[in-house]
Ligand binder design. Structure first.
Ligand code: S3P
Length: 426
C-alpha cells in the first residue's frame, strides 16, 4: 500500500492509542500458563500481539477476542498441549524469543517460524541460556528461525545478559517459572521491566536487587483482570510530530509511563520540549497518565550508553526530530538497531537522504546535523512498522505531498496509525 501525506499546519485535539505491545505480549503469554480466566482490556490491536494470541491458541488455550478486549482461559503451568502444526510468529521478535522460554519447558517438540524479516533476526541470544537450562534447540544455520524446540524439564540458571535485551530477560524468566529452584537474570544495563511487574501481578515470587532478578520456580499463577496502557513507543510518533509542527497542542490519553520506558520524555524535555503529564495513576503495577505536548523549539542532543538501550525503539523518529533541532542528534552504541525488523541505521539514513536531509551512517549509530529542511519525496518503510510511522512524521514537515511505499507495515504495532494521523493533522 502507498500512503500519500501532505504537510500539516498544526496537530490539535486528543487521541487514544492501541495498548502497549510489550505489555500485551507478556499478559497473553502469562495468562496462558496461569490458572483460570484473565480478562485483558485494551490489548494491542497490532499484528505482532495477534501472532502471540494465535500461538497461544495453537497450544490448546481458549482465547476470545472482541476488538481490544481479550479473554484467555489459562490452564496452569502444565496445561499446554502439543500444537498440531508449526507456530507462526509473523513479524514478531517478541513472540518467538519470549514464547521460546515457555516452549523449552514443554514435554513436546515445537517448531516456530516467522516472516522473511524475522527469519533473518538472531536467535542465539535465547538459544544459549535455554540450552544451559537443558533444552535442545535447532535453528537454521544454528542461529535463525525457524526454531525447533525440544522441550524438557529445565534446570534453573544464574544468567548474565550479554546484550541489553528485555526479550532475552523475559525468555529466561518465563523458562525459570518451570524449573525447580531459583533462576536469576542479571542485566548490565536496565531494560524494560514489564515482565517482572506482570509476574508479580500474577502471583510469582521475585526478588530484585542491583539489576539481578531472582525468581522462584513452579509458582502458582492465577488469572486476573488487566488493563493495558496505551503504547508510549506509538505515542512517540505523535509526540515528535506535535513538537515539530508549529501551532500544535495535542493530548494523548492513558499512556504507559513505566520509568524503564519513559526516558524519551526526559530526553525531550531536557532539550526544551513542552510536555505535561497532569496526573499519574497505577494499573496492575504499571504507571499511566495523559501526555499534553506543545510545539517547541528544541536544542538537540546525544543518545549513548544506557540511554540508547532505553530509547532503542524511538530512535527512528528521534532521527527525524534531530534534523529539525538547533544542534542535531548523535546516536552512539546502537549496534542493536541493525538487527531490528530492518537494519534501522541503514533504513533511517537512506530515507533521510531521500528527504534531502544530510545524515552520516556509523557502524553503531548515526550523526544528523540540525537546522535542516525536509524535501517532499518518496520513502519506503522497507516493511518495518517504525520506519513507516517515523517517515510519516517527516512527511508532515516537508515542502509538499510525499508518498510512503509499503505503508501497511504500520499495522504490525498500530493498525489505526494512518486514520489517527489523518484525524489530527486534517
Ligand atoms: C521489547 C524489547 C526490545 C524492543 C522490542 C520490544 C520487549 O527488544 O526493541 O520492540 O517487549 O521486551 P530487545 O529485547 O531485542 O532489545
Amino acid at each position: 500500500m502507498q500512503q500519500r501525506i501532505s504537510p500539516a499546519s498544526a496537530l490539535t485535539g486528543a487521541i487514544t492509542l492501541p495498548g502497549d505491545k510489550s505489555i500485551s505480549h507478556r499478559y497473553a503469554m502469562i495468562s496462558a500458563i496461569a490458572d483460570g480466566e484473565s480478562r485483558i482490556h485494551n490489548y494491542s490491536t497490532g499484528a505482532d500481539c495477534h501472532s502471540t494470541l494465535s500461538c497461544v491458541r495453537a497450544l490448546g488455550i481458549d482465547v476470545e477476542v472482541a476488538g481490544a478486549e481479550v479473554v484467555i482461559r489459562g490452564k496452569g503451568l502444565d496445561g499446554l498441549r502439543a500444537p498440531s502444526g508449526d507456530l507462526d510468529a509473523g513479524n514478531s521478535g517478541s513472540t518467538i524469543r519470549m514464547l521460546s522460554g515457555i516452549l523449552a519447558a514443554q514435554p513436546f517438540l515445537t517448531r516456530i517460524f516467522g516472516d522473511e524479516s524475522l527469519s533473518r533476526r538472531p536467535m542465539q541470544r535465547i538459544m544459549r541460556p535455554l540450552a544451559e537450562m537443558g533444552a535442545e534447540i535447532g535453528a537454521r544455520e544454528d542461529k535463525f528461525p525457524p526454531l525447533e524446540i525440544h522441550g524438557t524439564r529445565l534446570r534453573p540458571i544464574d544468567y548474565t545478559l550479554p546484550v541489553p535485551s528485555a526479550q532475552v530477560k523475559t525468555c529466561v524468566l518465563l523458562a525459570g517459572l518451570f524449573a525447580e529452584g531459583q533462576t536469576s537474570v542479571s542485566e548490565p544495563v536496565a531494560s524494560r521491566d514489564h515482565t517482572e511487574i506482570a509476574l508479580r501481578e500474577f502471583g510469582a515470587d521475585l526478588k530484585i536487587a542491583q539489576r539481578k532478578i531472582t525468581l522462584s520456580g513452579r509458582p502458582h499463577l492465577t488469572g486476573r483482570e488487566l488493563m493495558v496502557p496505551a503504547d508510549l513507543s506509538s505515542a512517540a510518533f505523535f509526540i515528535v510530530a506535535a513538537l515539530l509542527v508549529p501551532g500544535s497542542q495535542l493530548t494523548i490519553r492513558g499512556v504507559g509511563l513505566n520509568p524503564t520506558r519513559s526516558a524519551l520524555l526526559d530526553f525531550l524535555t531536557g532539550m526544551g520540549a513542552k510536555i505535561l503529564i497532569p496526573t499519574l495513576e497505577c494499573w496492575n503495577g504499571e504507571l499511566i497518565g495523559d501526555i499534553i505536548v506543545q510545539h517547541s523549539e528544541l536544542k538537540g542532543g546525544t543518545v549513548e550508553g544506557a540511554l540508547t538501550a532505553a530509547l532503542i525503539d524511538e530512535i527512528p523518529v528521534l532521527a527525524i526530530l534531530g534534523a529539525a533541532t538547533e544542534e542535531g542528534l548523535i546516536v552512539k552504541d546502537a549496534g542493536e538497531l541493525r538487527v531490528k525488523e530492518t537494519d534501522r541505521i541503514r533504513t533511517v539514513v537512506e530515507n533521510l537522504r531521500r528527504l534531502g536531509v544530510e545524515a552520516e551512517e556509523r557502524a553503531d549509530g548515526m550523526v544528523i546535523p540540525g537546522r535542516q529542511k525536509f524535501r517532499a519525496g518518496q520513502f519506503d518503510s522497507f516493511g518495518d512498522h517504525r520506519i513507516a510511522m517515523a517517515f510519516a512524521v517527516a512527511a508532515l514537515l516537508a515542502d509538499g505531498p510525499s508518498v510512503i511505499e509499503n505503508a501497511e507495515a504500520a499495522s504490525v504495532s498500530f493498525p489505526e496509525f494512518w486514520s489517527t494521523l489523518a484525524r489530527i493533522a486534517g
